[in-house]
Ligand binder design. Structure first.
Ligand code: XMP
Length: 516
């Protein structure tokens, strides 16, 4: 992808947000590491604007050379937090170790002598720093100061270069969006180059390059595989074949969703019924990692076998594997400890991990430059129904990670039924979008209760609902008591073997979203 704005990652927890915000305001952008920046620089490649992110380092311990970045007179540069400290240090200002840091909200104010680009003269900003620029480099002015008297923003007298000690990309910063617009549009003079049509073009471009391919898709019916397949189907209608493996660890809503997609879309979706194989392999397995391994391994084996049969029956040979990989899975990023590497979401692609090498398939990943919210927008632009592209996430191993202990069809059914009740009530109370993910977990714990005047000694269902933006961190959802009470009453009444319902109020960290 050719992008206008490069965001150099120094390990800030907000680097992805800078990229998302710049795209939201209309500029194509990508995250790169310092090493990639250096490499591109040596090859003579330049962006239209450069952003230096925040990061946990101290300029006093950072041995890297940054001077080459500032040799380009006309290049717009925005330094955020650590990025501003790099700017101050390299260009001859002074950075000092703080005696106390500024964390959280801080009121900041434009200096009288500088242009405020039509922005409000004072506003709340989100700060997270210890070191600070105490003297601006020559040819720079102080643009903003914090209530504590620290320099909060600097600008060059004549070049399109700004440093901001606070984080305009974070929601808590008032007018953060306007500040970024002011920099990119007014200071850097960039023209908008990212929106729905560019996104579509970018994603379609990947598929168009392979229009004669025979494409195989491990289809889950989730947002990513659905949007990827729909895109692909636009170009390669005849040669796209989707396989949905029913491993018996699905909820009733997942099966009915696939039937709806078979009926309402043009996708060729083959349903592979492998329930028996999975349950027989899972007999006696109760350790979470062992269960995941069996499910992952069995998935690949069933998938491979069915695909071979299909190839033989239809006289075709697959050349490509379509995957709904998203940008957060491929971003070049720096860990909080400063090491560079390609980040990976360990759990998300386990279903088809290993397949491309074994089956000698080329990967086709039309969504690899997009964030989840962009994929949802793209799905809507492709005419997919709102409910389909705003579905909650569901893990590949399905209910397999929601039944603690051994997996049996009976336990899976109990989770399936309680899940059905939970979702019916979420929809009835108009709360589906009030939570990012909702699920039920089966706990093989016997507890005493009373059912119809008789003592019951039965098991427990746990409800889990969380709010999150990407699943990496999460907070438990604050759901109305009345809603929780209705769900609890229905589950204890309608699901056999359950006398008790509990609500999980653990955030992530320390708890993960799934229980296993
Ligand atoms: P955890 O439990 O790690 O989950 O906090 C974070 C998000 O990832 C989903 N998840 C998975 N998705 N395969 C998947 O496709 C998996 O093995 C897997 N494990 C967890 C989980 O549902 C949540 O949205």
């Amino acid at each position: 992808m050719n992008t206008s704005v490069w965001i150099v990652d120094f390990g800030s927890q907000y680097t992805q947000l800078i990229t998302r915000r710049s795209r939201e305001i209309g500029f194509s952008s990508e995250i790169i590491t310092y090493n990639t920046l250096q490499k591109r620089w040596s090859e003579g490649i330049r962006p239209k604007a450069l952003v230096l992110s925040g990061g946990p380092q101290s300029i006093f311990k950072d041995p890297r050379d940054y001077s080459f970045i500032f040799n380009e007179e006309k290049l717009p540069i925005l330094g955020i937090c650590y990025g501003m400290q790099i700017m101050g240090h390299v260009l001859g200002g002074k950075v000092e170790k703080g005696t106390s840091g500024e964390y959280g909200l801080s009121k900041i104010q434009f200096e009288d002598s500088v242009e405020n680009f039509g922005l409000s003269s004072s506003f709340n900003s989100w700060m997270s720093h210890f070191d600070h620029v105490s003297k601006v480099p020559s040819d720079f002015k102080i643009m903003l100061k914090s209530q504590n008297g620290f320099i909060a923003g600097i600008c060059h007298d004549s070049r399109p270069v700004w440093g901001l000690q606070f984080h305009p990309e974070v929601e808590h910063t008032e007018h953060g969006r306007e500040i970024l617009i002011a920099f990119f549009k007014k200071v850097a003079g960039l023209k908008s180059d990212w929106g729905d049509s560019e996104m579509l073009e970018e994603a379609l471009g990947v598929v168009k390059k392979e229009k004669d391919a025979q494409i195989l898709c491990a289809f889950s019916g989730g947002v990513d595989s659905l949007v990827a397949a729909t895109l692909c189907e636009q170009i390669n209608t005849e040669n796209l074949h989707c396989f949905f493996v029913d491993h018996g660890l699905l909820r009733p809503q997942d099966i009915s969703h696939i039937h709806v997609l078979q009926e309402k879309t043009k996708l060729n979706i083959q349903i592979v019924d492998a329930k028996k194989q999975f349950f027989s392999k899972l007999k006696g397995v109760d350790e979470p990692e062992a269960k995941r391994k069996v499910i992952g391994h069995e998935f690949i084996s069933v998938f491979e076998q069915k695909v071979h049969e299909y190839e033989n029956d239809h006289g075709i040979k697959f050349t490509h594997l379509l995957q709904g990989t998203l940008y957060p899975d491929v971003i070049e990023s720096v860990s909080p400890h400063g090491e560079e590497g390609i980040s990976s979401t360990i759990k998300s692609h386990h279903n088809v991990g290993g397949l491309p090498e074994r089956m000698k398939l080329k990967l086709l990943e039309p969504l690899r430059y997009l964030f989840k919210d962009e994929v949802r927008k793209l799905g809507e632009a492709l005419g997919l129904e709102y409910n389909w592209v705003h579905r909650h996430p569901f893990p590949g191993p399905g209910i397999g990670v929601r039944v603690l202990g051994e997996l049996t069809p009976e336990r899976v059914e109990r989770v399936g039924k309680s899940d059905q009740i939970l979702f019916e009530e979420l929809k009835r109370a108009n709360l589906y979008q009030a939570t990012w993910q909702a699920l039920t977990v089966y706990l093989p714990v016997k507890t005493v209760g009373v059912k119809g005047d008789e003592r019951a000694y039965e098991e427990v269902i746990c409800l889990r609902m969380v709010n999150s933006s990407d699943g990496m961190t999460a907070t438990f959802s604050n759901m109305p008591y009345e809603f929780l009470s209705t769900v609890s009453r229905r589950i204890t009444n309608e699901v056999a073997g359950i006398t008790r319902v509990v609500y999980d109020i653990t955030d992530k960290p320390p708890g993960t979203i799934e229980w296993e």
